[in-house]
Design a protein around this ligand. Structure first.
Ligand SMILES: Nc1ncnc2c1ncn2[C@@H]1O[C@H](COP(=O)(O)OP(=O)(O)O)[C@@H](O)[C@H]1O
Ligand SMILES: [Mg+2]
Length: 502
């Protein structure tokens, strides 16, 4: 029996068949939505239809973005968040692993929370949760980040000590806490366990000591980012516009992951406490960019958020270079996947087998340039067309009136490849103007400086700017204060002035 049967078909018959429009796109009515209730993304490659995104007909509002480094993932995230905030007033919380969103959030009028640079999170804060539940969550984070699950005795000791600490601070374990009561910290938990060591009556002293040792990693002087009174009101994060949680100054991946897990747990809790929403929309979006540990572990609350988010109007955006780093539960619960340029066959195979797109699409993806993307959408109703199509390009949102000050020429090779060191500052004209006013530069001089910057297409290296300011009679002290105000470190500022004639 042969698999292919030759048929005699008249050409007018053929014309009625769908496959003639191959390589196909969803029909325009699925791509082109009400512009006051959808987000412009780009133009389709095949028929040049503007593609505007809405969660309305999709199985879920969540989004996965994959593509090699430099393919345009973060730009897509930024573009998306800005437009979502214009159209739906959507709040966003970016879990910013490498601090790469910080400047953009500042420029866009959002709030930056910089952990380990003046901001602290107390992981024992309850934000309305029952102490019992928070204690369990803290332990889950330790299970993801440390080997505590291999040591049941230490696990028991730790959770009991956490619960006892809440009790000692006047909380009831199974009751909604009084918001005015101050939460204890991990340091109190450690003190309690140390007391037990001193008493010397515990049956397994080595277990006790190891439990203390594990907790101390997160509470050492100078590294007690999560064991101090919070400077951040987590309960308000989801309604604070655009928020960047900058984790780049934390010493290592474990600390970053702990912060991210804690914030996700709190957001999930907040989402559940507020209850299901009657009117559909996207009130808040959580962004996980390159946060593989968090997107990958099935115990992470990223997974709860994708499973339950829709009914609470919560969306999740996960972006990664490596699609296999995104947990399958997340992949199968996103309503939209953007595939920017993908190189590795292994990743392409994974994507093609999960999303089932044609070899034609596969070939397109491998040829993409920056900002080009294939899009896969899962519609709530079953549809008669392939759900994957190609965008000519993603139309990115440019910040208006922004000036960029670069310091790349002041960095050495190691610093250049260090992702935690920023290489430029982008700032809006009003904000930059405010910096000049702060250091008492007169309005005529400021206008003159802006004219010079405009002539350089609003892009200048820090030394060049210092030179211009100096030529305009701005004192060195004032200039130093200016660069500090732009968040440049003292080391960099010293280098800026090394070669400036003042
Ligand atoms: N849609 C786009 N149109 C034009 N340029 C883009 C687009 N997306 C990205 N770029 C350019 O590519 C650079 C890298 O993009 P980025 O989003 O940071 O990549 P990734 O996050 O995938 O590593 C950006 O700084 C920008 O200059
Ligand atoms: Mg990126």
């Amino acid at each position: 029996m042969s698999l292919v049967k030759i048929q005699n078909v008249m050409s007018n018959e053929l014309g009625k068949r769908v496959f003639v429009t191959r390589p196909p796109e969803p029909p325009p009515e699925f791509l082109l939505n009400d512009p006051t209730d959808s987000i412009m993304i780009g133009i389709t490659k095949q028929f040049g239809v503007p593609f505007t995104w809405t969660f309305a007909g999709l199985t879920n509002p969540h989004i996965a973005i994959v593509g090699i480094s430099g393919s345009g993932k973060s730009v897509l995230v930024k573009t998306f968040l800005l437009r979502a905030s214009y159209i739906w007033n959507t709040n966003a919380i970016i879990i910013d692993w490498a601090g790469e969103y910080k400047d953009w959030v500042n420029t866009s009028g959002g709030t930056v929370i910089s952990l380990a640079q003046g901001d602290f999170l107390n992981i024992m804060d309850l934000s309305g949760m029952k102490p019992l539940d928070r204690a369990k969550q803290i332990l889950t984070s330790f299970e993801i980040l440390t080997d505590i699950s291999d040591y049941p005795e230490q696990k028991r000791l730790t959770i009991e000590a956490i619960e006892q600490t809440y009790l000692n601070s006047g909380f009831q374990l199974a009751a909604i806490p009084d918001p005015k009561r101050e939460s204890p910290t991990l340091k109190d938990v450690i003190a309690l366990l140390e007391e037990k060591i001193t008493e010397g009556t515990y049956e397994y002293p080595a277990e006790l000591e190891n439990a203390v040792y594990r907790l101390r990693q997160f509470a050492r002087e100078g590294e007690d980012y999560f064991a101090r009174k919070s400077t951040v009101d987590l309960g308000r994060l989801v309604s604070s516009g655009l928020v960047d949680l900058d984790l780049s100054a934390l010493p290592d991946e474990r600390f970053r992951a702990l912060a991210a897990l804690f914030v996700l747990q709190s957001l999930k809790e907040k989402m559940r406490m507020e209850g299901a929403k009657k009117v559909k929309g996207i009130n808040a979006i959580v962004v996980l960019d390159e946060a593989w540990k968090i997107a990958n572990d099935e115990r992470s609350d990223a997974i709860m958020i994708v499973r339950e988010g829709r009914k609470y109007n919560f969306g999740l955006i996960v972006a990664s270079q490596n699609p296999t780093d995104i947990n399958e539960a997340i992949f199968s619960n996103v309503g939209t996947t953007f595939m920017l340029k993908v190189k590795f066959e292994r990743f392409m195979n994974y994507l093609q087998s999960s999303l089932n797109f044609s070899d034609f699409i596969r070939k397109e993806i491998s040829k993409f340039g920056v900002g080009q993307s294939a899009v896969e959408m899962s519609f709530q109703t079953s549809v008669q067309f392939p759900e994957t199509f190609v965008l000519e390009s993603i139309i990115m949102e440019l910040p208006l009136d922004a000036y960029t000050i670069t310091i790349g020429d002041l960095l050495n090779q190691d610093e250049l490849s260090d992702t935690t060191i920023k290489k430029e500052v982008t700032i809006e004209k009003i904000a930059l103007n405010a910096r000049f006013v702060e250091i008492n530069v007169g309005v005529d001089v400021v206008n003159d400086i802006f004219k010079q910057l405009d002539a350089k297409n609003r892009l200048i290296d820090a030394r060049g700017l210092a030179q211009i300011m100096s030529a305009k009679g701005v004192s060195r002290d004032a200039s130093v204060a200016f660069f500090r105000g732009l968040q440049f470190s003292d080391t960099i500022i010293t280098r800026v002035f090394m070669n400036v004639n003042v």
